[in-house]
Design a protein around this ligand. Sequence first.
Ligand SMILES: Nc1ncnc2c1ncn2[C@@H]1O[C@H](COP(=O)(O)OP(=O)(O)OP(=O)(O)O)[C@@H](O)[C@H]1O
Length: 571
Amino acid sequence: MSTLVRGWSSAALRVSPELRQGLVLTSVLALLAGGGRIVAPLTVQRTVDAGLGAHPVGAAVAVGAGAVLVAGASSMVLNRRLHHRVEGHLAALRRTGLRRVHSMPAATVDRTPSADLVARLTSDVDQVTTFLQGGGIQFVTNAAQLVIATVILLVYSWQLALPVLVLAALLIAVMMGMQRLIARRYDVARRDLSRLQSVIAESIAGGAVIRSTGTEDRTRAKLDDAVDRARDSLLRTLPPLHGNTSLGELTISAMTVTVLLGGVWWSLGGNPPRLSAGEVVAMVFLVTFFVRPLQFLVQSLGEAQNALTGWRRALELAAAPSAEVPGGAPLPGGPVEVRLRDVSARYGDGPLVLHDVTVGIGAGEHVAVVGRTGSGKSTFAKLLTRRLDPAGGTVLLGGVPLDRLAPTARRVVIVPQDPFLFDGTLAENVRLGSPGGDVVRILSELGLHDWFATLPDGLDTRVGLRGERLSVGERQLVALARTALADPDLVVYDEATSGVDPATDVAVQRALAVLTRGRTTVSIAHRMLTAETADRVLVFDAGRIVQSGPHDVLVREPGPYAALIEAWSHR
Ligand SMILES: Nc1ncnc2c1ncn2[C@@H]1O[C@H](COP(=O)(O)OP(=O)(O)OP(=O)(O)O)[C@@H](O)[C@H]1O
C-alpha cells in the first residue's frame, strides 16, 4: 500500500514539481486551522472550573475567541492555497496526459479505445475536482485537528484517551481492509464505465451503418449489456461503502459514550477527584474534535476512493511509456533505405500474420505492395511506421534498427486510406505540419491547382468535421498535398480501395507520381495503374512475400500476381 502511494506521489511530482514548494507554510497553516479550533474546549474547561464567573475567565475567553479567529483565517487561506495547487496539478495532469497520448508508441494508441483515453483526461480528472469541492480539501485541516486532539486528550488523561485510540485503531484497520475491496470494485466500475463510453461513441459514430444494415437490435443489445454491466459494477461498490459508514458511526458513538461515562466514573473514583468537571466536559468536546475528521473520512470514503481511482488512471496515462528511445540514433538524411530481416508479426496473443519477411527497399525506390485481402499488406506498412512492433526479426530504416531510432516524425509519413482532416479550410489542412509552407506552389507541383480552383471557395473551402464535406478521394488529395509540403523521406501510401471517381483517380495518380520522385515510397496498391507505375512490386500471400520484381516481368510469370492482374482487369 505505502509503496503504491509512494509510486503515485513520485508520478504526481514528476507531472507537477511545484507541489513540493511551500509545504512548510501549508503545514503551519494546517496546524493553526486545526489547532485553533481545539482551543475552544480548553476555554470551556477554564470557564467551568472557574465556576462560570465572568471575571477570572475573561482572559481565557479572549484567547479562545482570538484562536477561533486565527483558525478561521488560516483555514480560509489554506483552502484557497490547496485548491489552487490541486487544480494546477490537475491541469498539468491533463496537459501531460494529452502530450503523452501524442508521444506514446503508435501501437499502444491503436490498441487502446479512444474513449478510454478521453475518459482518463476528462471524467476521471473531474472526479478529483468533485471530491475536493464536496469538502475533500478540508482533509488536511481535519488531519491536523485529529493529531492535535489526540495529543491534548493524552495530556488530560491517557487512561481515558486509551480506549478512544484503541477504538480508532480498530476502525482504521477494518476500514483499510474494506478500502482495498472498495478500490478493486471502483476499478472494475471505472473500466466498465469507460467501456460504456466506447460502446456509446461507436454506436453514435456508426449510426448510418447500423441503420443501413438493419442491426439496430444487435447494437441495442450490446448497449444494454454495457449499461447493465456499468450499473451492476457501480452497485457492487455500495455494500462495503455502506458497511464502512455504519461501522464508523457506531465506533464514533461508542467513543463519545466511553469518554462521558468513563470520565465521570474515573474522576469520581479518586479522592480528590482525578479530573475536574471542566476537564471531563473538555474531553467530551475534544472527542468531538477527534471524531469529526474520522467521521468525514468515513462518510467521504466513497467519493475519496472514486477520486483516487480517477487520479490514478490519469496519472497512469501521464506516466505511460513514451515512444522516444533515450539517446536514439537519428534517421540518416535523404531518402530512406528500408530493410527487413526475418521479420514476423502478430496482433496481441494471436497467431503470426507475417512470416520470415526478408526484403530490402532501396533509397528513393517506389515499391507497390499487392496481395489478396488479409495477405498482410497493411501489417507490413504498420511495421514500417511503428504502429506494430515485430514479433521477431529486425526492421531497419536508414540502417538503424527501429528500436534504436530517434523519433521519425515528418521524415516518415503515412497517407492512410481515409485521411483525417480537421475542421477548417483546405489550405489549413494542407499546411497542417508545415505552418509556413507555400500551399499554392505545392499544389501546382502536384498538378492539383486546377482541381482545387474548381471548388466553391477554392483553398478557403471548409472541409467540415473530419473532412466530411469531401469525398474519400478528395481527402486523399488533401493528404497527398499535406505530405508533399512536409517533404518526408519515406512515404507509406495506403491507396483507397473504393469511393474514388475516375477523374479524382487521375488526379491522385498524377500527384502520387510527383510525390514519389526522390523519396522512398511504399504504396499499398489496389489498382493496376499504381502497381504498373512503381519501380517494383512485392506480392504478399498468406503473410509471406511470394513474388518480387517489376510489373512488366511479373505480369508474364504464372503466379499470384498474374492472377491478381486478371482479377483487377475484370473489375
Ligand atoms: N488489429 C488487428 N487485430 C488482429 N488481427 C488483425 C488486425 N489487423 C489485421 N489482422 C489480421 O492480420 C492478417 C493480415 O491483415 P492485413 O490487414 O495486414 O491484410 P491486408 O493484406 O492489408 O488486407 P486488406 O487488403 O483487406 O487491407 C489478417 O488475417 C487479419 O485478420
